[in-house]
Design a binder for this molecule. Structure first.
Ligand SMILES: [Zn+2]
Length: 432
């Protein structure tokens, strides 16, 4: 039995906005109320705020290899999509590149306090070893000690091939498992077309069938500018009308982006039980809009937070995007308080993944946690340490990160891999 006790924190954010002081105790990777601490490993959290590990509900890890590419900024989404696609073709997306990009993106995630990443993988070249690509991402996560939700996406893929590949991936990565989550909770598989702007009803239908057969979560992207434009052009309907008609609004579905939604659509989304992922670190710099998070949450939707990929948001720093979410919220309604946005970046994201055991520090939750040192000059004078966690010290990184009771970041450095080697291998592969 492995017992860990984290002591002396300035504040412990439990989840659901509850803040307390005192110990955080875990036994064999699970948070408990109390335990026999005789042989416990003690961790000193003096000067730190302790939170649950952050959950990045929307990333495209492959794009970690394609950050700040010339010709991909300041252009409309219609031009951005083919510009990115040309870069993928030039680099040749295969298991090696998928693994190296995932390794860099997941290492960055852990160093930023993100313990779970949902990787919506959308690039599947014709004839590619798709199981090999998924396995490469899963192996990278396992080696680093990060939790991964691998989403078998599609973007103009042949519908039959996409579905056959999704089925093969879940059988290979989670053999004999129904429900899409490994027994240790470290790996999850889900499915998700890129959106109605790129994929046909047949792709949604067939990936939906794979999800039903294996009990997987479904995800897609909806209502960025181009999504609405193309849906109106092609079908004479808005994306959410199509998703509703195609059976893709339900409690097992999460929609990323949702920049441009009407009040009527928000009411229908809430009634369907669908959840949402806000990704301001992508939507704002790309000019796609700002999701009306306050109205979504007031309507009863679970809203999580995601960074989206390196092709639009060049960082996978979810806490920085939580800060941005607060800043821009005031442009589309009442400002979101820090505690609420932190809840979105933890429990809200976890709920959208169907993982209520993540993103919280309540008894029974996974022992995924971050120690954020708030004792430095950038936090001096802060009255509310939880608000300060998000508002003060932009770009803040945690001192210690624990996943399932295991320390994966110590004193701000990875314990599970050589950071320099991760960087060098990715540069070598993309020849930059
Ligand atoms: Zn996205």
């Amino acid at each position: 039995m492995s017992v860990l006790v984290v002591r002396g924190a300035v504040a412990v954010v439990d989840g659901g906005g509850r803040v307390r002081t005192g110990d955080v105790v875990s036994v064999d990777g699970v948070i408990v109320e109390t335990a026999d601490l005789t042989d416990a490993i003690e961790m000193d959290a003096t000067g730190c705020v302790v939170t649950a590990g952050l959950v990045n509900a929307h990333h495209h890890l492959l794009q970690t290899a394609f950050r700040t590419l010339p010709g991909t900024r300041g252009i409309p989404m219609r031009e951005w999509l083919p510009a990115m696609a040309a870069a993928y073709t030039k680099a040749g997306v295969d298991p090696e590149l998928t693994g190296l990009a995932a390794r860099a993106g997941l290492a960055e995630a852990l160093l930023c306090g993100v313990t779970t990443v949902a990787d919506h993988h959308l690039t599947w070249p014709c004839g590619a070893d798709t199981v090999g690509m998924a396995r490469a991402a899963a192996d990278a996560a396992a080696a680093l000690g990060a939790r991964l939700v691998f989403v078998r996406g599609a973007a103009r893929d042949d519908p039959q091939e996409a579905a056959a590949s999704a089925d093969a991936i879940v059988r290979a990565l989670l053999p004999g498992i129904h429900g899409g989550v490994s027994s240790d909770g470290m790996l999850q598989v889900a499915v998700g077309p890129a959106g109605v702007h790129s994929d046909s009803r047949e792709t949604f239908d067939l990936l939906g069938e794979v999800a039903r057969e294996h009990g997987l979560r479904r995800r897609t992207q909806a209502n960025e500018v181009v999504d609405v434009e193309i849906a109106l052009e092609r079908y004479g309907a808005r994306p959410l009308d199509l998703l509703e008609e195609w059976g893709w609004l339900g409690p097992d579905v999460t929609l990323a982006h949702l920049c441009d939604v009407t009040d009527d659509e928000i009411a229908r989304l809430a009634a369907s039980g669908v959840s949402a992922t806000h990704a301001p670190g992508c939507d704002v710099p790309m000019g796609w809009g700002i999701a009306p998070v306050r109205r979504l949450r007031d309507a009863g939707l679970a809203v999580g937070l995601g960074t989206s990929g390196g092709g639009s948001n060049d960082a996978g720093h979810l806490l920085a995007d939580a800060r941005l979410a607060m800043q821009v919220s005031a442009l589309v309604g009442p400002q979101l308080p820090a505690s609420e946005v932190l809840d979105m970046a933890t429990a809200g994201s976890a709920d959208g993944l169907g993982r209520p055991e993540l993103g919280r520090l309540t008894p029974g939750s996974a022992a995924d946690l971050c120690l954020w040192d708030v004792s430095g000059v950038a936090d001096a004078g802060v009255a509310d340490p939880v608000a300060g966690l998000l508002w003060a010290s932009p770009g803040r990184r945690p001192r210690t990160v624990i996943v399932g009771g295991r320390v994966v970041v110590d004193e701000g450095r990875l314990t599970t891999a050589d950071e320099d080697e991760i960087v060098a291998q990715l540069y070598e592969r993309v020849r930059r």
